[in-house]
Ligand binder design. Structure first.
Ligand code: COA
Length: 327
């Protein structure tokens, strides 16, 4: 008998600190009006100096396993998609597993920029449908404000911190993981990257002085690419799933820019009420945007027992991906 993978629990967590557009007006030459018009963002959350990605993830995972009705010892594996781990090593996943009392299980981080959560779901589907695991946790989490250049007005207005997690099981009921698509184009990597701190350019006084540990982004290039790859990912995932556009109930896409989300929604011929949007509250939380929005949509009953949901993302790499969920 063929096996399926189901999302049976969702959870998210954001830091308490709120950074509004009015706050940003005091830091860089920008206006609330420009930010809202160009991105849809009104405020974002920012961690304090003592809070790391693992702190946000721990709460998000707790919430997801609580909804699933699991105990920590039920979890057979945890993977965390992030570009802002607590450390290069050990992994954030291992730190969280230890904090939650998940003993001796496989725990690792992986990186696919803002597409990481979709990449994580594809891995969960493979592990669970193949019979390698029955219950695992997939996380998308980032603290982008830790690597933001607060003097660059074209990027610092976009980013926020957050974590989202799902519990994926071989047993429903829940959101069944359906058709999917994932891809990358490394030749575009230079348009969204952190130049220093890796093996190519290890940290030095010079790299710190030059702000090379912060996000460097060519917004206009990314924008065009995002609109195309988000659309293509949705269409490929729908095709694999055997689902028509007209049968989609809800789009939960990466929350990078309201105009990019709108373009994807238009391509799918969706009405405004069929698109989940929370970018106004959180900005772009990178790998966390989709699992955070998914958790909100589950908890506020936007996602119902029969919903067909399309997930779509793009991010650093450049990477892109899509997945269909059937509740
Ligand atoms: N406030 C006011 N003006 C700003 C500004 C800000 N925060 N940031 C940039 N501008 C100005 C620019 O200096 C430029 O001025 P100029 O015409 O006098 O040179 C003008 O606005 C247009 O800049 P541009 O960068 O071409 O705007 P844009 O239409 O590309 O919008 C983004 C900028 C960042 C909103 C948009 O490119 C974007 O969202 N891209 C995708 C980024 C993304 O999603 N990254 C994460 C991927 S996971």
């Amino acid at each position: 008998m063929s096996r399926n993978a189901y999302i049976v629990g969702t959870g998210h967590n954001v830091p308490d600190g709120v950074l509004t557009n009015a706050d940003l007006e005091k830091i860089v030459d920008t206006t609330d009006e420009w930010i809202v018009k160009m991105t849809g963002i009104k405020e974002r959350r920012k961690t304090d100096d003592s809070t790391a990605t693992s702190d946000l993830v721990t709460v998000a995972v707790k919430n997801a396993i609580e909804m699933a009705g699991w105990e920590p010892e039920d979890v057979q594996g945890i993977i965390v998609g992030t570009v802002t781990p607590d450390y290069y090593f050990p992994s954030t996943a291992a730190i969280v597993a230890d904090k939650l009392g998940m003993k001796n299980i496989p725990a690792y981080d992986f990186e696919a920029g803002c597409t990481a959560f979709i990449y994580g779901l594809v891995q969960a589907k493979a592990f669970i449908e193949s019979g390698m695991m029955d219950r695992m946790i997939i996380v998308g989490a980032d603290c982008l404000t830790k690597i933001t250049n607060w003097t660059d007005r074209s990027s610092c207005i976009l980013f926020g911190d957050g974590a989202g997690a799902v519990a994926v099981s071989s047993e429903g009921p829940g959101g069944r993981l359906g058709g999917w698509h994932w891809g990358s184009d490394g030749s575009m990597g230079k348009h969204l990257f952190q130049p220093a701190g890796g093996s190519k350019k290890p940290a030095s006084h010079e790299t710190v002085d030059n702000m090379e540990h912060t996000i460097h982004m060519n917004g206009a290039r990314i924008f065009k690419y995002a609109v195309r790859t988000m659309h293509d990912s949705c269409m490929e995932a729908l095709k694999m799933d055997g689902t028509e556009k007209k049968d989609v109930d809800l789009l939960v896409s990466h929350q990078a820019n309201l105009r990019i989300i709108d373009a994807t929604a238009r391509a799918l011929e969706l009405k405004p009420e069929q698109v989940y949007i929370n970018i106004q509250k959180y900005g772009n939380t990178s790998a966390a945007t989709i699992p955070m929005a998914l958790d909100e949509a589950v908890r506020d009953n936007t996602i119902k027992e029969t919903s067909t949901v399309v997930l779509a993302a793009f991010g650093a790499g450049l990477t892109w991906g899509g997945m269909i969920l059937h509740w």
